[in-house]
Write a protein that binds this ligand. Structure first.
Ligand code: GRG
Length: 300
């Protein structure tokens, strides 16, 4: 039976759906359109446009709506695309045999299975380069702001960000680890693009240092909750998740260490801390708060 949603929630669903469409349309403009024999271009386009949640671009756009409700999405949409393209690049690599060795992503065979490992690596590098080029040339900002945007994206992606998180996950995920070590890995591998998204919005909206600090705190807590929910979804069947089931078997995750009930409690704690940061940032009842509400009901 279909769930009947209260009207404010229904409105928010419409906002999310409209923003997702804007992101996908804009992404489609940025990604190469090429004949099927151009495997790199085809992989870049298909892998990025494949149906994902678009949570990182949504975070950027919803943050901007909370900070500057009157502002049009315009250039921010390009920044949102840059972040989603970096995310897609990371998924190409994450799925490879030397990493998670996945067969299914977003309901489709993984990029290396479809196009070969060479194309997965090269396509990922090309996506990354493309994302930096988009951030560097985004219209409507001065040079100093663009430099900051590019620096933020580089920091969240590089050796202190996603790359380090992935390395921790690969090297330490197979050993028994205490809770803090697992949380440290999760913070490194999942939170950087969440915090980059809200920091991009804060920069564009010229938010105060204190507001930016709390928005980043919010994004970190949300990222932590998101990763735990991703781990909890490992048992779902591939038709629901679009990914291989049981990939985390033998891996030291919070779910494996504490069990699903306790992991759920940690999700609730992270969401409560995230809500507190929104209050401190003076956006306690805006779009980001509604997004939090949706996380509480995850996976719907
Ligand atoms: C090339 C940028 C780059 C990084 C290299 C491979 C790698 C280092 C990092 C991977 C980090 C990673 C996969 C973290 C997991 C984060 C996560 C929960 C991914 C799933 O994201 P969703 O659920 O996926 O948002 P959809 O498909 O909905 O977009």
């Amino acid at each position: 039976m279909a769930t009947v949603l209260p009207s404010t929630q229904l409105d928010f669903e419409q906002v999310l759906s409209a923003l997702r469409t804007q992101v996908d349309d804009r992404l489609s403009l940025w990604l190469p359109r090429c004949p099927p024999q151009d495997a790199i271009g085809t992989a870049m386009r298909d892998g990025t446009l494949a149906p994902g949640k678009r949570i990182r671009p949504l975070l950027l756009l919803l943050t901007l709506k909370d900070l500057q409700p009157e502002r049009s999405t315009g250039p921010a949409l390009d920044l949102a695309c840059a972040i989603e393209i970096v995310h897609a690049a990371s998924l190409f690599l994450d799925d490879m045999p030397c990493m998670d060795n996945a067969e299914l992503r977003r309901g489709q065979p993984t990029i290396h299975l479809r196009f070969g490992e060479d194309v997965a690596v090269l396509g990922s590098v090309a996506l990354l380069s493309h994302a930096f080029s988009i951030a560097a040339s985004v219209e409507g900002f001065d040079h100093a702001t663009r430099n900051q945007l590019v620096r933020l994206l580089a920091q969240s992606t590089g050796a202190q960000g996603l790359v380090r998180g992935q390395y921790h996950d690969l090297r330490e995920g197979q050993r028994n680890r205490p809770m803090e070590a697992i949380a440290h890995t999760n913070r490194l591998k999942t939170c950087p693009l969440f915090t980059a998204a809200v920091e991009f919005a804060a920069l564009v909206a010229d938010a105060s240092a204190s507001r930016t600090h709390h928005l980043k705190g919010f994004a970190t807590e949300l990222g932590m909750a998101f990763q735990l929910l991703d781990d909890l979804a490992d048992g779902l069947n591939p038709q629901q998740s679009g990914k291989d089931a049981g990939k985390d078997r033998g891996k030291s995750t919070v779910v494996a260490l504490l069990g699903p009930e306790a992991a759920r409690k940690h999700v609730e704690q992270h969401l409560a801390h995230a809500a507190q940061h929104l209050i401190e940032a003076d956006v306690g009842d805006g779009h980001l708060a509604q997004l939090l509400g949706r996380f509480r009901a995850w996976p719907h």
